[in-house]
Design a protein around this ligand. Structure first.
Ligand SMILES: Nc1ncnc2c1ncn2[C@@H]1O[C@H](COP(=O)(O)OP(=O)(O)OP(=O)(O)O)[C@@H](O)[C@H]1O
Ligand SMILES: [Mg+2]
Length: 309
């Protein structure tokens, strides 16, 4: 069963103006599978937080459907196995990290014994045990985010919503949070991650969705989004050989003594290229699809859509 299903989900905000409502989320359909880190990407105003709010039951759905663990967001049962780290959170500064986790446990109606064991397990997980008795006003942003992750997990959730968990955190702190996310995922939980730091999303996410102007414009695995479609690099001993690639196979992009780049008309044509090069007695060392970063893929996607190409 999918942890989250979203079907034709639409959110219109009333603008109070004659021109009508504003569509913040426009017929979005997607599924999130158990045990994955799902990255939600999009430029400012794309509808990411709106989607979070609809799923968490904070905003009402205009049309379409959503389920979490099989329940619609209007049913409180949908939130029983959920953890949430909001963007720009403000925890009470006079509390210690330990105090925050205890308070969160009590709000989830956990027994005191249960709270004691869960809190020490979580402080350990986010590497905050030694700061547990320090007031949060003394915490760095990285420490606040780590303790925030721990409070989101107090009720042993199946699904975690993390809105910009590394916002404002330095590189060492980000690496620590990344490791915590991977540990959480490896323990079988599902994470929906909303982040503008695409290099980071690339490192942790299994799949990503790109929203733009409220619409889902791309969804796929990180692998799929970062493969420069149909461009292959071939390394080998080309020497002075002149090569011509027929147009029904593809187009030669560049050729040097040791490296060739070819763009194919479809993926299966790589076999033709290999046979062709071997027939010409060219010794091959490496054949690999050309990769781009998630950031490049994202920029290509959103600028492509903006130009309406
Ligand atoms: N309560 C509201 N009333 C009217 N419009 C809203 C409301 N909340 C959000 N919007 C609008 O809906 C659009 C989507 O907003 P949303 O907060 O979901 O974007 P986002 O993708 O989270 O952006 P960011 O990356 O800046 O956090 C924006 O144009 C925003 O101004
Ligand atoms: Mg947002």
């Amino acid at each position: 069963m999918n942890v989250v299903t979203v079907s034709e989900l639409t959110k219109n905000y009333s603008t109070g103006m004659k021109k009508g409502d504003f569509t913040a989320l426009d017929s979005v359909t997607l599924q999130i599978e158990p045990g994955e880190i799902f990255g939600l990407l999009g430029p400012n105003g794309a509808g990411k937080t709106t989607l979070f709010k609809l799923l968490l039951g904070i905003s009402s759905i205009t049309s379409g459907e959503a389920t979490l663990m099989g329940y619609p967001p209007s049913n409180p049962k949908s939130r029983e196995k959920i953890g949430y780290l909001p963007e720009n959170h403000r925890f009470p500064e006079h509390l210690t990290g330990l105090g925050l986790l205890q308070l969160s446990g009590r709000m989830c109606k956990m027994s005191e014994d249960m709270i004691t064991s869960k809190v020490s397990e979580l402080l350990e997980l986010v590497d905050m045990s030694k700061w547990a008795n320090t007031k949060m006003k003394k915490y760095s942003i990285g420490m606040l985010q780590r303790v925030g992750l721990a409070q989101a997990m107090i009720n042993d959730p199946e699904l975690l919503f993390l809105d910009e968990p590394t916002d404002g955190v330095d590189p060492v702190g980000r690496a620590e949070i990344k490791n915590v996310m991977l540990k959480i995922r490896d323990s079988g939980k599902t994470i929906i991650l909303n982040s503008h730091l695409l290099s980071e999303v690339e490192m942790v996410a299994d799949r990503v969705a790109i929203l733009q102007h409220g619409k889902l414009v791309k969804i796929g695995s990180v692998e799929e989004l970062t493969n420069k479609k149909l461009q292959y690099e071939v390394q080998g001993d080309f020497g002075e050989t002149l090569l011509e690639i027929p147009s029904d196979v593809g187009k030669l992009q560049s050729l040097s003594r040791g490296r060739m780049v070819v763009e194919l008309v479809d993926e299966s044509k790589i076999n033709w290229v290999i046979d062709f090069l071997r027939h010409k007695k060219i010794s091959l060392r490496v054949i690999k699809p050309i990769k781009i970063t998630l950031e490049q893929s994202f920029i290509e996607t959103v600028t492509h859509k903006k130009e309406g190409v």
